[in-house]
Design a protein around this ligand. Structure first.
Ligand SMILES: C[S@@+](CC[C@H](N)C(=O)[O-])C[C@H]1O[C@@H](n2cnc3c(N)ncnc32)[C@H](O)[C@@H]1O
Length: 214
């Protein structure tokens, strides 16, 4: 997902409403069909991201999902019944509180307010099984984002060097990976993961980087 643009005043008002997440959710199928009609351009609809998460959950028999970047909780809502435990990390205190409120009746959903660069390594220490990571915390530019230039690189490293050797990583917005001058460096990032972690397969489908055990 690209950098969030300043919202239209009506949309800003709507965003304050507790109904906004449901309103957003209503748009998922129209968005999907519109994408299909336009010949599947690079900006993919949320439904394709939900399907990717569910595909890997099923293929690898994963019970725990860690999401970076909760936003309005659309991914959590789409997959909430498919995982035994879901952690989602959100930097923005208001969004984090809204998601905590929204998912309060789901005891297996934990929304953590904080910077993913700090929280991911802490969370890894608490985990004792192979997990699915959905990395979607505005790495390619987001209002209010924190962390150093290599926030994504440091999270990749923390997960790939973890004592549990075979976590699965999905990272959204692959084409947004650029150097400080704005030049794309996706191929370099993929090459360095492949050479540093030869036991991993790395591929990009639908603009999502997918890192799995070979
Ligand atoms: C693209 S949205 C997430 C969408 C959500 N994952 C989904 O699929 O429904 C990006 C979110 O990342 C959050 N974010 C930005 N920087 C962050 C950071 N350093 N740590 C945690 N969350 C961050 C933003 O506040 C925003 O809510």
């Amino acid at each position: 997902m690209p950098t969030e643009r300043p919202a239209h005043p009506v949309r800003s008002l709507l965003k304050q409403s507790s109904l906004y997440p449901s309103f957003k959710q209503l748009g998922h199928y129209p968005d999907y069909w519109y994408w299909k009609l336009r010949g599947e351009p690079r900006r993919i609809p949320h439904i394709i991201k939900q399907r990717a998460v569910l595909e890997y959950e099923q293929a690898f028999g994963l019970a725990t999902l860690i999401e970076t970047g909760t936003y309005y909780g659309e991914m959590i809502a789409a997959v909430v019944d498919r995982f035994r435990k879901i952690y989602s990390i959100e930097l923005d205190p208001d969004l984090a509180k809204r998601a905590q409120q929204r998912f309060r009746k789901y005891s297996h959903v934990e929304i953590i307010e904080g910077d993913s660069q700090m929280v991911v390594p802490q969370l890894l220490q608490r985990l004792n099984e192979r997990c699915l990571f959905w990395l979607d915390a505005g790495y390619c530019g987001w209002i209010g984002e924190l962390g150093d230039q290599d926030r994504l690189g440091s999270e990749f490293k923390a997960i790939l060097n973890d004592r549990i050797p075979d976590h699965i990583i999905l990272m959204d917005d692959a084409d947004g990976i650029r150097d400080e001058h704005g030049s794309p460096i996706l191929s370099k990032v993929i090459a360095s993961i492949k050479s540093d972690y030869p036991s991993r397969r790395v591929e990009v489908v639908h603009n999502i980087i997918r890192i799995t055990p070979r």
